[in-house]
Design a protein around this ligand. Structure first.
Ligand code: ADP
Ligand code: ADP
Length: 234
């Protein structure tokens, strides 16, 4: 049962110029429900473009993306917004918290945009904060917290609505080794609770927490390694 299914996906920049850049070339990729998959590859390989096409923040030039069995190209912009809200949690290198809001208000923020009841919002924020281990930070402001604590708060905000897929672009890129491993243990625990995770990283130690690593170079999948050490070269 696939949570993500991509067929023949290409992304071309500067299509109107004489030297188009193929950021992605005919990518086929699928991910099972409950998998934890990592994307690696050199700078400029197309990793962020691929994540952006999957997280519906960028539009492919060609090809097809299915999320949880839904063909995203057939959806109206209203349906896309709903799909994004219900199915996707996004985490980046920086937590991008709003500095004038408390940690609690930052985590609650996406829920307030969708007219949830105050009581439901409070339940969800308290529960996710317990799950991620930052209950004691809820009244603080981001400037009063460490980088690792703020990253945890950003993860809480991403998963407060219990999305099916967590999509993370270099989530440990700004953290020291100890905090990075803590974030990965958190990802493992979320994955054990049933969340599918797709993550970009440069760090092989971080990638080793995943079930499967996809190597991308020049916009193409060059190699795939799963934890059972089965290697498939294309
Ligand atoms: P990675 O995340 O692996 O570093 P990217 O997905 O950011 O790679 O970029 C892939 C390629 O697409 C690079 O050659 C990059 O310069 C190009 N690219 C990315 N975004 C844009 C854009 N908005 N306009 C033009 N070219 C882009
Ligand atoms: P990454 O951390 O994935 O390597 P970059 O620093 O390459 O990301 O890119 C940061 C942002 O700039 C991305 O949103 C990407 O789409 C955009 N970008 C990358 N390359 C280009 C380019 N050649 N022209 C315009 N935008 C680009």
């Amino acid at each position: 049962n696939s949570i993500i299914e991509i067929k023949n996906l290409s992304k071309i920049y500067d299509e109107v110029l004489s030297h188009p850049t193929f950021a992605l070339k005919n990518i086929d990729f699928s991910m099972e429900k409950g998998e934890f998959v990592c994307i690696m590859g050199p700078s400029g390989a197309g990793k962020t473009t691929l994540l952006n096409c999957i997280s519906l923040t960028d539009t492919p030039s060609q090809g097809n993306v299915q999320l949880d069995g839904q063909d995203v190209h057939s959806l109206s912009s209203r349906e896309l917004t709903k799909l994004r809200y219900q199915k996707l949690g996004l985490v980046f290198q920086k937590a991008n918290l709003l500095h004038y809001l408390t940690i609690y208000e930052n985590i609650a923020f996406p829920l307030t945009l969708f007219n949830e009841k105050t009581k439901d919002i409070d339940d969800k924020v308290q529960q996710v904060a317990r799950n991620v281990g930052i209950e004691e930070l809820l009244k603080k402001y981001p400037f009063e917290c460490s980088g690792g604590q703020n990253q945890r708060a950003g993860i809480c905000r991403a998963i407060v609505n219990n999305p099916s897929i967590l999509i993370a672009d270099e989530p440990t890129g700004n953290l020291d080794s100890e905090n990075s491993h803590e974030i990965m243990r958190l990802f493992q625990s979320l994955n054990n609770q049933g969340m599918s995770i797709l993550m970009v990283t440069h760090d092989p130690m971080i990638a080793s927490y995943s079930h499967r690593v996809i190597y991308i170079k020049d916009g193409e999948i060059k190699m795939e390694v799963s934890r059972e050490n089965k290697t498939q070269n294309e």
